[in-house]
Design a protein around this ligand. Structure first.
Ligand SMILES: [Zn+2]
Length: 175
């Protein structure tokens, strides 16, 4: 599948990651590295609990673009137990609740690519939650094939953490 955009403006982490020989040479699964808190791998962790982790995508399609993945390394959706599938859906719903509060998107694309031939670049199973905003495509997106993000990842995470810290009844505390 052809990528929609050729380049991003606000991805300083990508450069760091590519330049860092440790991160590249280890060839360890990047999501397992994030799970293990590998200091060579940049991570913008929003949430961790009940067997799942939510991070901001390092190469986001839109602000708030999150990845939700099981702590255990599985490569196929069917490898998750029914209980885990339920928990995964709960996490998707909770993350969308959080985004609704912090980012106020007007729509979502939610889904996963399983297998290299389907466009999956990371083998470790993960679900993309992509919030969509009105008029998010502008002139440079269309003409320059360059994505312009509303804010850097640090800012998005800060906004989310601010909410999660202030309110005890955060979206992830539901039973
Ligand atoms: Zn993994």
């Amino acid at each position: 599948m052809e990528p929609i955009f050729n380049d991003y403006f606000l991805v300083p982490h990508k450069k760091e990651y590519i330049k860092n020989p440790h991160a590249r040479e280890k060839k360890k699964c990047i999501l397992c590295s994030i799970r293990d808190r590998d200091k060579d791998v940049p991570s913008f962790e929003v949430y961790r609990g009940n067997g799942f982790i939510i991070v901001l995508n390092l190469f986001p399609y839109t602000s708030g673009h999150g990845l939700i993945f099981p702590e255990k390394h599985v490569e196929k959706f069917e490898e998750l137990s029914l209980e885990e599938v339920i928990e995964l859906n709960r996490k998707i719903r909770q993350y969308m609740k959080l985004l609704n509060i912090v980012q106020s998107p007007k729509g979502y694309n939610v889904g996963f690519n399983e297998g290299y031939d389907a466009g999956g670049s990371i083998r470790h199973f993960h679900v993309h939650v992509v919030p969509r905003y009105p008029r998010e495509l502008n002139f440079i997106d269309v003409i320059g094939k360059t994505r312009v993000l509303l804010e850097p990842l640090e800012q998005t995470l800060k906004e989310m953490k601010k909410y999660l810290d202030v309110f005890k009844e955060d979206p992830f505390s539901e039973k």
